[in-house]
Design a protein around this ligand. Structure first.
Ligand code: RIB
Length: 300
């Protein structure tokens, strides 16, 4: 089994359960507040580790209790954390998450130490890129760093997978050129293509447009509408797995982890998507980010 490298964010999630999302100008009572290990990068690394993958992570935390909680959680599932630097004079990333009674969420991220993941940090950890076959990134660390890692990784023959979350408006489409997979969810697909997308046909057109920017595959998760995958020739639909939605936090991260680990184990794209969907279906049926991520036994 080859190695997988995740370059990305680590956040301590402050999760507030509410009956309904607050509206602008409204004051509401929350039902509970919990602190849970999260961050899109850390969730993906944790999930890959929990599924038995050989995974390392490059990222940064502050010199605080939150950073230690996040590092310990990753170590508990055998993630190589040697590339996660503890930075002074900064705090660990934080995410403030509302989850409503329908399991839907709204997330605000305070970047903290994630914002100092820069080219120098990548250079200091270059051997982790050299060792990996797959390099997985999201967009919660500076875009300049994502571009830098992508270019280096591709020049070294690595397969780069970008989960473009949170999505940016009018992205430099060179960012996607040469990527193996871009994996937006339906909202991110709309933001990245600058279009309002209302139905599966519109999602498909947007996926085709995005793939033309130079990635091998666009794989888009569409919530209750399942997923689509486009390889430049054919577009395929994948039905949604039936599940009870309790909290969608980290569903996309778990999907990406399942997809990568499936490919790393020699599964076809279709089989790997199916594996990612099964993993994510369990994640949405439980509360929290890393607290909801399943083991391989549970998926099987
Ligand atoms: O994808 C879910 C994650 O997004 C949360 O864990 C939160 O930290 C934000 O990064």
């Amino acid at each position: 089994m080859s190695k997988i490298l995740v370059v990305g964010s680590l956040n301590l999630d402050y999760v507030i359960e509410v009956e309904n999302m607050p509206k602008a100008g409204e004051t509401i009572f929350g039902k509970s507040l919990k602190k849970i290990p999260g961050g899109k990068g850390a969730n993906q690394a944790y999930s890959i580790g929990k599924l038995g993958g050989d995974v390392a992570m490059i990222g940064a935390v502050g010199d605080d209790d939150a950073g230690q909680i996040l590092l310990n959680n990753l170590k508990s599932v055998n993630v190589d954390t040697s590339g996660i630097e503890i930075v002074n004079d900064n705090v660990t990333g934080q995410a403030y998450i509302y989850v409503d009674d329908n399991g839907q969420n709204c997330i605000t991220v305070i970047s903290g130490a994630n914002a100092v993941v820069d080219r120098d940090m990548i250079d200091r950890n270059m051997e982790l890129i050299d060792d990996a076959e797959y390099v997985v990134m999201q967009l919660e660390v500076p875009i300049d760093t994502v571009k830098y890692v992508k270019d280096i990784a591709i020049s070294k023959g690595k397969k780069v997978i970008i989960d473009p979350a949170p999505a940016i408006k009018n992205p430099d489409t060179n960012l996607w050129r040469g990527c193996y997979i871009i994996k937006p969810n339906e909202l991110e697909l709309a933001t990245l293509t600058g279009k309002k997308l209302n139905n599966i046909e519109e999602y498909k057109k947007a996926a085709i447009e995005l793939q033309k920017t130079g990635a091998d595959f666009v794989i888009s998760t569409l919530g209750g509408d399942g997923a689509i995958a486009y390889d430049g020739e054919n577009i395929k639909n994948f039905d949604c797995k039936k599940t009870t939605v309790v909290d969608t936090t980290a569903a996309g991260d778990t999907f990406t982890a399942g997809l990568v680990i499936g490919l790393n184990e020699g599964k076809s794209i279709e089989e790997a998507i199916n594996f990612g969907q099964s993993a994510a279906a369990i994640t949405v049926s439980r509360k929290g980010a890393q607290t909801s991520i399943p083991s391989r036994d549970e998926i099987q």
